[in-house]
Design a protein around this ligand. Structure first.
Ligand SMILES: N[C@@H](CCC[C@H](N)C(=O)O)C(=O)O
Length: 290
């Protein structure tokens, strides 16, 4: 049977998702969110997106976010999604102040919206503490609380080194001399979803340092493939740059992604990572699910 589902399409730096408002609408007739994510993400037979995001009531925070990748897998966190959920919640009066908390599977995140002429232009999200212990990221290997910094990996006779960081979701970061030459197709396709070293899969990121406060970053996302941007990945790229002593803590770093820029700062006092960047609405619509 056909059912009509109201949605809003939003993006942060080109990382676009279909957003369903489960606060003012009843989503109980939707049988499977993983299946719906797969359907709507299809650019030909669906709407075209990197996945599906639900905006839901929360008992622990002001609103709750759930994120499904293109392949239907549910992720614990999504940086670009958090900024868009914050914009949507503020502009639809689901919250009554410019600062509020969003519940995710990786804990509550504090969002602050920045306004221009009454609408939300940018959002800062306190992404919390990065997770650096190997077993918690998780990366397979020796047990213990050691961080994974410049660990060697040999693929098809070629040697690489990666640093692993979780921002609630796992990221492997490879530093390259020139971002245009990053082996994103080769390593992304191989490592993201089924490589035993990363038991929960991993978002595969490439970082080029440009200066002490500027990096280029590209990503192959677990469950979605290459996207124009990844907010948690941008945070992880700066954390990895600091762990590898390429940039300093307490310095705002501009991360250039394919779809635009984010400002990321890892603060020593709180040990929290702050992310600031745009959130945009593309359109509202009605999807006919068959
Ligand atoms: N694009 C997102 C991350 C989405 C989830 C990711 N693919 C995963 O499976 O961990 C972001 O902006 O952080």
């Amino acid at each position: 049977m056909e059912q009509k589902i109201s949605f809003t399409k939003m993006h942060g730096l080109g990382n676009c998702y279909i957003y369903l408002d489960g606060i003012t609408r009843d989503l109980s007739s939707i049988e499977s969110f993983p299946a719906l994510s797969h359907q709507v993400s299809d650019p030909y037979k669906g709407i075209g997106s990197d996945g599906l995001i639900l905006i839901l009531p929360s008992k622990k925070a002001d609103v709750r976010m759930r994120i499904f990748n293109k392949d239907g897998s549910e992720a614990m966190n999504c940086g670009n999604g958090l900024r868009c959920v914050a914009k949507y919640a503020y502009e639809h009066q689901l919250v009554d102040s410019r600062q509020f908390a969003i519940e995710t599977l990786s804990g509550n995140k504090q969002a602050t919206v920045h306004l221009r002429e009454g609408s939300v232009e940018e959002v800062t999200v306190d992404m919390g503490e990065p997770i650096l212990e190997r077993a918690q990221i998780p990366v397979a290997g020796p047990l213990g609380g050691q961080p994974v910094i410049r660990e060697q990996l040999t693929v098809d006779g070629e040697d690489y080194a990666f640093t692993a960081v979780s921002m609630g979701n796992p990221h492997a970061l490879f530093f390259v001399d020139a971002i245009a030459e990053a082996p994103i197709h080769k390593l992304g396709a191989l490592l993201a979803d089924t490589y035993p070293l990363f038991p929960n899969g991993v978002n595969v990121g490439f970082v080029e340092k440009l200066s002490d406060h500027e990096v280029n970053y590209r990503v192959w996302e677990r469950g979605s493939g290459i996207t124009q941007a990844c907010g948690t990945g941008a945070c992880a790229s700066v954390v990895a740059s600091i762990l590898e002593k390429r940039v300093a803590k307490d310095v705002p770093v501009t991360v250039h992604l394919e779809g635009g820029d984010l400002t990321i700062e890892w603060q020593s006092e709180s040990n929290h990572v702050l992310m600031t960047g745009e959130a945009k609405t593309i359109c509202d619509g009605v999807y006919f699910q068959r």
